[in-house]
Design a protein around this ligand. Structure first.
Ligand code: FES
Ligand code: MG
Length: 595
């Protein structure tokens, strides 16, 4: 039974009363009330001191990955009503990973801003955050952090598993494979389209351990969703049941005054980091999770990911690091099984509080044991060290490499050579962005061979506003036909979480603001030493200084007003690519009072 009493023994006065029951100004209260009556709410309801719960709706025709939240919201409403709350559903700025140009990442900070305005400017006592497609998850959580009212995540869940020619076809991952097949001339364009479409058989977000499933798993590991929420496939009945339970739970969270700042402690973030390694999670997790930490006021940076997460083994056998997809992951126990396996070995923090009102350890006490196939046991992992290696040098101050996807082929060719077991050298081929790459990659005049390292720059948060997912680049067709399927890639942009390319990415500071990548020239020798966490252009200091002195910024013209604003205020990927001024606004319901 939830205690609704405040310190004075009376029922606690909720934030929404400042709108609907405004003391000292009944005429204003009437104005606030009237339009919420016109679709059938009654005066008695709005005067009843029942929690008003927002349902932050990210689904729409424009956002197919989240579209079924339109239906799930009905079950959320049922849950809110059954627990004694009043649901108010509202739209947030849409984000669709695959449809938005120039890149969906541009819109994460815009959706964040829009959610902050809705939650702070209206009468919400608590909120259900509907999440799914990549950036919708961090955007919603970042907004809830700034406002800091009781908040709970409802993931939309992955699509059903895709199938093609008798095998599994995973979102995104199949695209990288299909591109290789097309480049090698083994399939035609019609087959290419069929192959790609086969990976999207139902509503839901990407079914691989791409950014969507990774970030929804991060939400669960952070303690922000109910136990088992992240992995339930979108069309499964349990998804609707989870929606109902989530709606019920948020009402009690309001009475308990359980806020993001109570849950998102340093321990919660360390739980997310160890979970990310075990999951083989997307390279987009560090920037998004670092951004969430900044907005709640917890110190966290890329170095923490290496320190806390690097030695954690890979437990989850899902694409792109493994072979299964979302349905198998869910059936094997999902995030609770992974967390239980980690906590058994004292990795992560069992005492971290979660939205259930219980600790992470209590939540996962009844999790399924690891089956050893889809989810491995800690003692028999897929891979021993699966975290992100964080590199620095004269090319950048910070960039990350996802070690869980380093293939045996890559390891043998680049990393395990006698006398030089963790490092490789190569000759730089520099592209100025994806358009330049596509234009020139098959140009026979470009001196690309097996010892080349492909660089792409001007694709960071300022350069390609938002940071494009373009760092994983296919070698030229002639090399692919000869069996060279990948070359090392480095860039100041991001890459899709569905890609198995062991790129070095998210380089900060980016070229557009004068980072070391801006000084690189095609033909330069570059050395990458993963063991020492270094990446350097091998030219004399003096020459590097001369290039730096001669460098001039050349940011492309913005095409929209928002692009210009984002470019003016956005920080670098290493610190979460937040709007830097926005992190000064913390817990605004508490610190700024009633708007
Ligand atoms: Fe939306 Fe992958 S494209 S989740
Ligand atoms: Mg993506």
């Amino acid at each position: 039974m939830v205690d609704k009493k405040g310190a004075n023994g009376k029922e606690r006065r909720l934030r929404s009363r400042d709108w609907f029951d405004a003391p000292g100004d009944p005429t204003m209260a009437a104005l606030y009330l009237e339009r919420y009556l016109n679709f059938g709410l009654t005066l008695a309801e709005l005067h009843s001191n029942r929690p008003i719960i927002g349902i932050a709706q990210t689904g729409s025709d424009l956002s197919p990955c989240n579209r079924h939240h339109l239906q799930l919201a009905e079950r959320v409403r049922d849950g809110i009503r059954d627990a004694g709350g009043i649901p108010i559903e509202f739209p947030v700025h849409p984000i669709q990973e695959t449809g938005k140009r120039p890149t969906a990442a541009l819109d994460r900070n815009l959706a964040y801003l829009s959610l902050v305005e809705s939650l702070y400017g209206y009468f919400f006592d608590g909120v259900v955050l509907t999440t799914g497609c990549d950036k919708t998850t961090p955007a919603m959580i970042m907004g809830a952090c700034t406002v800091n009212i009781p908040s709970i995540v409802l993931s939309g869940g992955p699509m059903l598993d895709g199938h093609y020619a008798g095998g599994l076809a995973g979102s995104g991952t199949v695209v990288w494979y299909a591109r290789q097949e097309l480049a090698a001339g083994r399939i035609d364009l019609k087959q290419f389209l069929e192959m790609v479409a086969s990976s999207a058989p139902s509503v839901g977000h990407c079914n691989t351990m791409g950014t969507a499933l990774s970030m929804n798993s991060m939400a669960e590991a952070l303690g922000l969703s109910l136990t088992g929420c992240a992995a339930i496939p979108g069309p499964y009945r349990e998804r609707g049941q989870m929606a109902y339970e989530t709606g019920k739970r948020i009402v009690d969270m309001v009475w308990e005054d359980l806020k993001p700042s109570d849950i998102l402690t340093r321990k919660a973030f360390e739980n997310a980091i160890v979970a990310a390694s075990a999951l083989g999670a997307s390279t987009n997790c560090p920037p998004h999770v670092n951004a969430i930490a900044r907005h709640i006021g917890v110190k966290l940076d890329n170095a923490d990911w290496d320190k806390v997460g690097y030695d954690i083994p890979l437990l989850v056998n899902c694409m792109p690091a493994g072979k299964y997809l979302g349905e198998a992951f869910h059936r094997a126990g999902g995030v609770p099984t992974v967390m239980a396996e980690l906590l058994k070995k004292k990795k992560g923090h069992g005492d971290a509080l979660t939205v259930t009102g219980k600790t992470m350890a209590e939540n996962v006490a009844t999790a399924k044991p690891a089956d050893g196939d889809v989810i491995k046991s800690y003692d028999k992992p897929m891979l021993g060290q699966a975290g992100f290696a964080v590199l620095s040098g004269n090319l950048f101050d910070s960039a990350i490499m996802k070690t869980s996807v380093i293939s045996d082929e890559f390891r043998k060719k680049y990393l395990e050579r006698p006398g030089d077991r963790d490092a490789f050298e190569g000759t730089a081929i520099v592209f100025e962005g994806p358009e330049d790459y596509h234009h020139r990659i098959n140009d026979p005049a470009l001196p690309i061979d097996e010892n080349s390292i492909l660089f792409i720059r001007n694709v960071g948060p300022v350069g390609y506003p938002g940071a494009a997912e373009v760092v994983n680049m296919l070698p030229p067709d002639r090399l692919v036909k000869g069996g060279v399927l990948l070359l090392p890639c480095v860039g100041d942009g991001r890459q899709s979480g569905t890609s198995a390319s062991p790129s070095i990415l998210n380089a900060s500071p980016e070229a557009a603001v004068g980072g070391g990548l801006a000084l690189l020239k095609t033909g330069d020798k570059v050395r990458v030493d993963i063991g020492k966490r270094r990446a350097d252009i091998l030219i004399p200091e003096k020459e590097l200084a001369e290039r730096k002195a001669a460098w001039k910024p050349h940011v492309k013209e913005s095409q929209t007003p928002w692009q210009e604003l984002q470019r003016k205020f956005v920080g670098q990927l290493a610190s979460g690519a937040c709007l830097d001024f926005a992190v000064n606004y913390q817990r605004i319901v508490e610190t700024k009072g009633v708007p």
